[in-house]
Design a protein. Sequence first.
Length: 256
Amino acid sequence: MSGSVAGGARFERLDVLRAVAIVWMAGFHLCFDLNLYGLMPPQNFYRDPFWLHQRTAIVSLFLFCAGLAQAVALQAEAGTPMGAPRLADRFTRRFWRRWAQVAGCAVLVSLGSALMFPRSWISFGVLHGIAVMLILLRFAAPLGAWLWPLGAVAWALPKLVQHPFFNQPFAHWTGLVTRKPVTEDWVPVLPWLGVMLWGLAAGQWLLANRREWLAGGVPRAATPLALLGRWPLTFYMLHQPVFLGAILGGRWLGAW
């Protein structure tokens, strides 16, 4: 979820794209919260295609941006679009520091969701998925153009391979289940690794052939989005407490 800096320069267009994803996500979560507390016409976020398709699009854009950002980060760390040739050089101290932040926040999300939704708490949501997939992307980075078909395989695999064994809670993370687990957020490695691989592949190609598409400037009107896109993890962790605090505070004050 990092990697918008290479050679000291911001990749502001990537920041803007990432900001679009997190703003869309925030709007989705705000509607979910308002619905949860009966402050909007009743909606079914678990079955209505309008909300389900939005969730798929938001997660896809979010993870694609994460893949793009890894391409930028690998170039910054190794000086080549595909990253360092040696495995040890792909797992730098900078990488592990950022990975620990993502993994730590994933644990906090699980704990917070267990308080709000004890029967459907988040055991493997988007941050859990990203933490695992970041490591897998570092292994896959040198594959170059092979990342495209590898991503397609990852995306298709859960549709082709399913087994009741993976319905066990300890195996939900694979995505090879025959029924979706009861949880408020579920982003298993398969098929979503495919989206991050495509993002990584696209990032490598752009850095090698159309660098200006990522590194070019943005209109002044988009500057706030570029700034917001620098802090995706911070925004992700803070937006729900702010929304819920406002809703519960408003109820306590009798505003609604």
